[in-house]
Design a protein around this ligand. Structure first.
Ligand code: DGL
Length: 272
């Protein structure tokens, strides 16, 4: 069996592209349709009600693109809006449970830290999932509100003093906690991995939601006969809710391959 329909991925902005990068690596035959809600980013500072409303619209847009499954490549949506998956006609993947599973597998000292947006950290969803899998674990949650604007602005270089000092300030409680594993609970954060490693040291394992979800998805597609057999070369399409220019520039960096500007289109998410 083979299913050549695309995988649908959405995020509040650019961050979900770190998940797309891992999907392309793990599943090179699969086509992907990405929606980044760049006109309404960030989600992480908004109410649960608003986040759910936005996430529903994002899903509806992807369903109109005839996708075979949907990935909420957004830590915030995954943390606070789990019930948006309930009426979906296609399978749904979020990033929290897969990250928690990977962290529990990686930790030796059973001390796991989680960083994310305010909404994600307040939900404590990662912590609940970690403790379900490993009741003896200690978990420290830390919100890092300025990380998303830094990344959206294209500031993530490990030799940029402003970035390094911002990251150090947010991560100080984590340095004191001494975990051996850190969940990057927001999909924007992998782009700051080099800076985070510089601040925390190489001994701390960073859990990237993209890698974690790509691993589970590979198995799921195989088990359910949903893989693209590879007769057609994969297609990558990107949609945004604000002007595509800055998205195109940063997308190539986040995905690690050139994104064709003609494949990035603006949609009116409020009028589907
Ligand atoms: N990528 C989103 C997340 O993983 C970004 C956060 C936001 O929109 O505030 O939470």
């Amino acid at each position: 069996m083979s299913d050549k329909r695309a995988i649908g991925v959405f995020d509040s902005g650019l961050g979900g592209l770190t998940v797309v990068k891992e999907l392309i690596k793990a599943l090179p035959n699969e086509s992907i349709v990405y929606f980044g809600d760049t006109g309404r980013v960030p989600y992480g500072t908004r109410s649960v009600e608003t986040i759910k409303k936005y996430a529903k619209q994002d899903e509806e847009f992807l369903l109109n693109q005839d996708v075979k499954l949907i990935i909420a490549a957004c830590g915030t949506v995954s943390s606070v809006a789990g019930d948006i998956a309930l009426d979906l006609p296609v399978p749904y993947f979020e990033v929290v449970s897969h990250s928690a599973k990977a962290a529990v597998k990686a930790t030796k000292n059973e001390k796991i830290a989680v960083i994310g947006t305010n909404a994600t950290v307040n939900s404590r969803q990662h912590e609940k999932e970690i403790l379900r899998l490993m009741p003896s674990a200690s978990v420290l949650n830390q919100s890092c509100s300025l990380f998303v604007p830094l990344v959206e602005e294209g500031w993530y270089e490990a030799d940029d003093i402003v970035v390094v000092e911002t990251v150090r300030r947010y991560l100080q409680p984590i340095i004191d906690f001494k975990p051996d594993t850190l969940i990057l609970g927001c999909t924007h954060y992998p782009i700051l991995s080099e800076v985070i490693k510089k601040v925390l040291g190489d001994e701390v394992t960073l859990i990237n939601a993209g890698t974690a979800v790509a691993e589970s998805l590979t198995e799921f597609l195989k088990e359910n006969g949903l893989e693209n057999g590879g007769e057609n070369s994969p297609e990558y399409r990107y949609y945004v809710s604000d002007k595509p220019d800055s998205f195109v520039r940063l997308a190539s960096i986040l995905i690690g391959r050139q994104v064709d500007g003609n494949k990035v289109l603006k949609v009116d998410i409020n009028n589907l």
